[in-house]
Design a protein around this ligand. Structure first.
Ligand code: PEP
Length: 251
């Protein structure tokens, strides 16, 4: 059985004090015993303080992005080496990075190699846009994202993949659990053709896009949906810890 992962992407929300408050509330209300891996991705500035708060707890910490270079003239960027002291996870290829900041498949691929080399556990996001879906191109788009993002990666290791249809992110319109299952199965098959079926059988493949406490159980009921990447519904502790509770009860 794959690990179940519930990840909170706070995006560009929460000041440092607001992040501290949210983490403290999550820690108060998180199920005390759980086999679910819970990862929070605060904004960069909140990461050092968050790392102190989660020390000796079951909650893991990640960064929403990183640069592939180790250091240098990249104004405004943060390297994997800078994150290593605080984080154990990193989000790569989120659709907002790809669409709003022009991140290419090649760049995501470079970051993926570097994150692995630096011991950060990546969550690689893939997903089609609305027009792709309307034109029946979902599988082509995702195949292309996988092939280019994983180029020259020789071992799937502990990489996590998140299927995030762009049209479902922040819209309140989630994919149906059946659609998520079908695409997640497709992703596992594509990864299997690169790394071998056995190697990817335990790779967590998440679904992301308007997941809430009301629909998480339906997604986790599917065999190839091994967790969720959650934006909006992770910004308040009650909703997010309820999602964690439901996920814990189901695993
Ligand atoms: C996301 O940004 O990764 C996401 C899934 O957002 P939301 O849950 O708000 O749709």
């Amino acid at each position: 059985m794959s690990e179940t992962v519930v990840a909170a992407n706070w995006k560009m929300n929460k000041t440092v004090s607001e992040s501290d408050y949210l983490i403290t509330e999550i820690l108060k209300n998180i199920p005390p015993v759980s086999s679910v891996t819970c990862v929070v991705f605060p904004p960069f500035l909140s990461i050092p303080s968050a790392s102190r708060l989660i020390r000796n707890t079951s909650v893991k910490l990640g960064a929403q992005n990183m640069h592939s270079a180790q250091n240098g003239a990249f104004t405004g960027e943060v390297s994997a080496a800078m994150l290593q002291d605080f984080c154990s996870y990193v989000l790569l290829g989120h659709s907002e990075r790809r669409l709003l900041f022009g991140e290419t498949h090649e760049f995501v691929n470079e970051k993926l190699s570097v994150s692995i080399a630096c011991g950060l556990r990546p969550i690689v996001c893939v997903g089609e846009q609305s027009l792709d879906r309307q034109n029946g191109l979902t599988e082509n788009v995702i195949r292309n994202q996988i092939k280019s993002s994983f180029r020259n990666i020789t071992d799937i290791g502990n990489i996590i993949v998140a299927y995030e249809p762009v049209w479902a992110i922040g819209t309140g319109t989630a994919a149906s659990p059946d659609d998520a299952e079908n695409i997640n199965k497709f992703i596992r098959d594509e990864l299997g053709s690169i790394f071998g079926t056995e190697q990817v059988s335990k790779t967590p493949i998440l679904y992301g896009g308007s997941v809430t406490e009301d629909n998480i159980a339906d997604f986790l009921g599917k065999p190839n949906v091994n967790g969720a990447l959650i934006g909006g519904a992770s910004l308040n502790s009650e909703g997010f810890t309820e999602i964690l509770r439901i996920a814990s009860d189901l695993t």
